[in-house]
Design a protein around this ligand. Structure first.
Ligand code: SAM
Length: 223
């Protein structure tokens, strides 16, 4: 939902469209929707992995597009943890882009209010994901890794969070299929997914589904 129709948004010059403060104001006030960062195929895999989940962690929220999709898909008993330090992060976003905590909270808040009593519980963590993991406790059904896209950053997210995933639960990597047939992605997440799930794999984990830029892996517990 946004006040400005898509055909008018398309007429906006790129410089204005990418201006961090202008975008924050427009997203925060609901004039434009959060920028879409995933394709329909990516979204389908993410939401399949989220089906029936009770506790979900999203690493990297930006303007909230995937958070809104999760907020719409999760049930009222579920908990959606949204982790982002906000601001500019060159390993997470194209140069000159940045997210505003104020704007994203407002966009997610609107989506949550729209669902009323059916909305999942939203918990915000304005911090780096590995810092949140350090003080985390309890099992998680789904971790969506879409924060720091450097190889080191993505590997740190995998190592920090994989131990919390319940049996049968999933980790979904975005931008992890560069060079795969029909795939797209970035070198960092692709290297992490290849190392852990393609070459012999990680015991107790298997690739559950993959398409476009997304690789979803499931904890089987079988070694
Ligand atoms: C690609 S965007 C996320 C897009 C979002 N998942 C979507 O689909 O709409 C990456 C985000 O990760 C955040 N980020 C960067 N490093 C991070 C870290 N260490 N922990 C959590 N978030 C991080 C950035 O601030 C940025 O907003």
């Amino acid at each position: 939902m946004s006040l400005l129709p898509a055909r008018l948004r398309r007429l906006t010059p790129a410089r204005a469209r990418d201006d961090v403060r202008l975008r924050a104001l427009a997203v925060g006030l609901g004039v434009i929707p959060p920028r879409t960062m995933h394709s329909a195929e990516d979204a389908r895999l993410l939401l399949e992995a989220a089906r029936g989940a009770r506790r979900v962690v999203e690493i990297g929220v930006y303007e909230g597009a995937s958070a809104l999709a999760l907020c719409d898909a999760l049930g009222p008993g579920a908990e959606l943890n949204l982790i982002d330090p906000f601001g500019s992060h060159p390993d997470a976003l194209p140069g000159g882009w940045g997210a505003s905590e104020w704007a994203t909270r407002r966009a997610v808040g609107r989506a949550s209010r729209r669902r009323g009593a059916q909305a999942p519980r939203i918990l915000w963590h304005v911090a780096l994901s590995h810092e949140v993991a350090r003080r985390w406790s309890g099992a998680v059904d789904l971790v969506f890794i879409d924060g720091d896209h450097s190889e080191v950053g993505c590997e740190r997210d995998w190592r920090s969070w994989q131990g919390f995933v319940a049996l049968g639960g999933c980790v979904v990597f975005h931008d992890a299929r560069a060079g795969a047939p029909g795939g797209r992605g970035l070198p960092g997440p692709t290297a992490v997914a290849t190392r852990h799930f393609r070459r012999g794999g990680t015991p107790g984990w298997e690739i559950a589904a993959e398409a476009d830029r997304t690789v979803a892996v499931r904890r089987t517990g079988l070694t």
